[in-house]
Write a protein that binds this ligand. Structure first.
Ligand code: PAF
Length: 284
């Protein structure tokens, strides 16, 4: 496994992977867990070579967010990636990605303005910019993202469609702890008291999923079911609850059974703000 830092090294190493084979890219911010590794394994299965990037991207953090405190452990990450059979890792410094004078950003549209985008202004502009740089430098055939960041997946799909980028976006299922908590690097911020309380997120989504299975098609009724479960956990402070069109993320009145919906939420449990979601899959 090669580990490179600069854009030039990445270009040269990418060329060394050979033009004929298909390359799978897994963009990450490091501090890898089983969720990331599920993306890496899938990329390795479906491509001739696998490239992983590790970069805590300052452009997607707001001034009041946790950029400096974001958990990092590059040596541990590299050990995991080597064991997973990754071919090439790009672990740039900030100045490799954003050299002095850098002044071009990719601004996504409406799908980035709601939910996370409304609470974290500029977040998806930062994501769309780093993903555009990565796709340009790595030229992957496929790129792998976790469905846990469902809005990120929707924004990147729109980016790829609008700019005509020749990359297939593969969204991989959320990986959960055995008790249901969606894996996230930010789970490390949960205290021992908050950790059990955080299970309320997946419990609330499961309740909505059950109602959907039982034929509930009224989006507000589904949101109410989620809010009621969350309200029973005093340590949970709800930011938003959404039942939205899975492509545009526009809030729904009635869910079209042929299209389904994305149920998603953001909840503060103690200090960390956690997100989770459930696809309400189309029904015939
Ligand atoms: O999901 C993440 O870890 C980041 O948003 C990504 C896709 C690596 C871009 O920085």
């Amino acid at each position: 496994m090669r580990v490179v830092t600069t854009r030039e090294e990445l270009r040269a190493a990418r060329a060394g992977l050979g033009g004929a084979g298909e390359v799978g890219l897994v963009p990450t911010m490091g501090f890898l867990h089983e969720g990331h590794l599920s993306l890496v394994r899938r990329a390795a299965e479906e491509n001739d070579a696998t490239v992983v990037s590790i970069f805590v991207n300052p452009a997607q953090f707001g001034p009041a967010e946790d950029l400096a405190a974001y958990p990092r452990d590059l040596d541990h990450d590299l050990g995991l990636l080597a064991a997973a059979g990754v071919d090439l890792v790009w672990a740039p410094r900030v100045e490799d990605v954003y050299p002095a004078g850098f002044d071009t950003y990719v601004a996504p549209g409406g799908v980035a303005d709601v939910l996370e985008g409304a609470r974290r202004p500029g977040h998806f502009r930062g994501v769309a910019t780093i993903i555009s740089i990565l796709f340009h430098l790595v030229a992957p055939r496929r790129a792998y993202f976790g469905q846990k960041d469902a809005q990120q997946v929707a924004v990147i799909r729109q980016l790829v469609r609008d700019l005509g980028l020749p990359v297939e976006i593969v969204a991989c299922p959320i990986v959960r702890e055995p008790d249901g908590l969606a894996m996230s690097s930010r789970n490390t911020y949960l205290t021992a008291t908050d950790r059990p309380a955080a299970l309320v997120l997946s419990r609330a989504l499961r309740a909505a999923g059950q109602a959907w299975e039982n034929g509930e098609r009224d989006a507000e009724a589904l949101r109410t079911i989620i809010r009621e479960v969350l309200a029973a956990e005093p340590r949970a402070k709800v930011d938003y609850v959404s039942v939205a069109d899975p492509r545009t993320l526009a809030e729904l009145g009635t869910v079209d059974p042929a299209v389904g919906a994305l149920a998603s939420l953001a909840v503060r449990v103690g200090a960390p703000r956690l997100i989770d979601n459930l696809v309400l899959a189309p029904r015939a």
